[in-house]
Design a protein around this ligand. Structure first.
Ligand code: ZN
Length: 400
């Protein structure tokens, strides 16, 4: 039998039913035996082979574990799994639909719940029994589950400025071995927010994509991020540039964060992980002064070096870039540390947070679209409506 039986503690009654029913979830053994009696073994073999191939091994495996779960539930509740009472199936599916993981998310998606019913139907069919899942009570329960899930889309929260400050307050302590993670994560959060970057854009950045320039209006340094051209980008093959001005305060200055991160990367390249603790002791970073003025370029000119590699908890830097998913997990992780519900945040929260915060600060659609590289004003209008529901709205002119 499959590993399913060894992984799950299966009651004996269920084990018996498994042997009886599920060995051929999809191929009716009685019908096949009749075929063998009426046709020669080659014909029967060919038929059996194609019938067995009619479902993917993954589906059969999923059906098996679904059937084990259903049989175990029946054994626990004192119900009969085969043939099953439609009402029992409906109660079972409704309870599974309410089950949640420890993190608060649904234990089963709507598609998985439907597959659980399909598995029960398949075993009934393989045993020549009418399917309990065709009954109204099961069909309507499934429909109710689908509608309930559809009407509750989890809208991700934007990271607004005060949220960003909550996240930044949860950065690991300065010093070895958390300093690499501290510097990297600070830069990711600042650049992702101020640059309105997508998680894939953050993950895809290389060191050579970012440079420090002089802002001629203020005489202060600023960051220029050159985003690689994408195939879907209508503006052409040159890619897009995102400018980030120096922050007002050193702790939230993107240019300082970039400077600190690049200095650490250079030290890592020169001394390795073992040399970093000593280097950190010798070059302490004050938080009350801007470091960005002193940035004169980097020795790290290899165009393949990712800006944001993985960082181990022992302070080691990986050679490959973080994935977009890892960026999203990072945002969720800091949200959880700050006591916020991590399921409400995603990698997109930095980008949507930029638009919402900029709208709150009075930025025009055009200004928001420029930094965020949005080409569709409707997307930006959505963020502005969320930020200022009464702004630019005729309801304020009613004279009530
Ligand atoms: Zn600075």
């Amino acid at each position: 039998m499959t590993t399913t039986d060894t992984q799950i503690a299966v009651p004996d009654t269920v084990r018996g039913e498994l042997r009886r029913g599920v060995r051929s979830v999809l191929v009716d053994p009685v019908a096949l035996r009749l075929v063998r009696e009426r046709f020669d073994s080659e014909q029967a073999g060919a038929l059996g082979r194609y019938l067995a191939a009619s479902q993917s091994p993954n589906t059969v495996r999923a059906y098996r574990s679904d059937w084990v779960a259903w049989s175990a539930w029946c054994a626990a509740e004192g119900r009969q799994s085969l043939p099953a009472d439609p009402l029992d199936v409906a109660v079972y599916v409704a309870a599974a639909a309410d089950a949640r993981k420890t993190g608060g998310e649904w234990a089963f998606g709507a598609a998985t719940l439907e597959r659980k019913c399909a598995a029960i139907a398949a075993v009934h069919a393989a045993n020549g029994l009418p399917s309990p899942t065709r009954s109204d009570v099961v069909r309507l329960t499934l429909r109710g589950i689908r509608r309930t899930r559809r009407t509750q889309p989890k809208r991700k929260r934007p990271v607004l400025l005060h949220t960003l400050e909550q996240l930044l307050a949860e950065l690991p302590a300065p010093g070895w071995p958390t300093e690499p993670a501290r510097r990297r994560d600070l830069l990711i959060l600042l650049v992702g927010f101020a640059g309105a970057l997508r998680r894939s854009e953050i993950a895809g950045l290389r060191i050579t994509d970012v440079s420090v320039h002089l802002d001629h209006h203020t005489g202060e340094p600023m960051l220029l991020i050159q985003l690689p051209a994408t195939k879907t980008d209508p503006s052409g093959s040159t890619g897009q540039r995102v400018a980030l001005p120096r922050g007002g305060r050193p702790p939230t200055c993107p240019v300082c964060a970039f400077t600190d991160w690049i200095r650490l990367r250079e030290a890592y390249a020169e001394h390795g992980r073992g040399g970093l603790p000593g280097w950190l002791d010798a070059t302490p970073v004050g938080t009350d002064l801007h470091r960005c003025h002193g940035f004169t370029g980097t020795t790290l000119t290899d165009p393949d070096l990712p800006l944001f590699p993985a960082v181990s908890r022992h302070g080691g830097l990986g050679s490959t870039a973080m994935s977009g998913r890892a960026v999203a997990e990072l945002v969720k992780r800091y949200a959880a540390r700050a006591g916020l519900d991590p399921t409400l945040f995603s990698g997109h929260s930095l980008r949507s947070g930029f638009a919402t915060q900029a709208a709150l600060g009075g930025a025009s659609d055009r200004e928001i679209m420029r930094q965020g590289r949005w080409s569709n004003p409707r997307t930006v209008h959505g963020y502005i409506r969320t930020a200022n529901p009464l702004d630019d709205n005729a309801v304020t002119k009613l004279g009530l």
